[in-house]
Design a protein around this ligand. Sequence first.
Ligand code: SF4
Length: 217
Amino acid sequence: MNIRAKTISVIKRLEEVYPPIKTALNFETPFQLLIATILSAQTTDVQVNRVTPELFRKFPDSASMSKANIREIERIIRPTGFFRVKAERLKQVASIIDQKYEGRVPQSMDELLKLPGVGRKTANIVLSVAFGKIEGIAVDTHVKRVSGRIGLTRNKDPEKIEKDLMTITPRNLWPHISILLILHGRNVCYARKPLCERCVISDCCDYYARKSPAGKR
Ligand code: SF4
């Protein structure tokens, strides 16, 4: 099986296991999605969803968040970790969006990447979920690990992994592959002890072929 056929097979089979979801983060506007995604660094979506109701009730948009007392933001987002750095970034992002973009989240990868604390992963999520724009594939720690094990990439750097995945995945499936690999990483392909015996894609996984006598082919 060539690498493109393998990728499509992986996506199709994982789609049968994991029901389609866009993001587990709660939000009502593109600005709130951007803020929630920034907050999700180094923590879980569940933890972010615990703090955003109060955060968005008090500071629902870039105008209010840019004028917020930073100590108040820190207090609210503290459970998400790295709260001082994150609070500063939220204020900076809100100020830029308020002043430079008149309160609207920019809709291009280049502009999003210029915002403090916004990398390709965050930008890809905002572009695809909030605006339906597909410009890349979000690569987080799960996507990195699972795609490497399956053999979809040999790179370790997220940007290079993203390029590899973009090359071998049909464009309309770019948002799917990211979410599916994340879900598979969270539920089966654990970092320490992957549950290969329960994995629906073990027959096309390079890691399984190397580690398991049953998987050799
Ligand atoms: S076979 Fe194992 S290593 Fe490969 S994707 Fe499945 S769980 Fe991960």
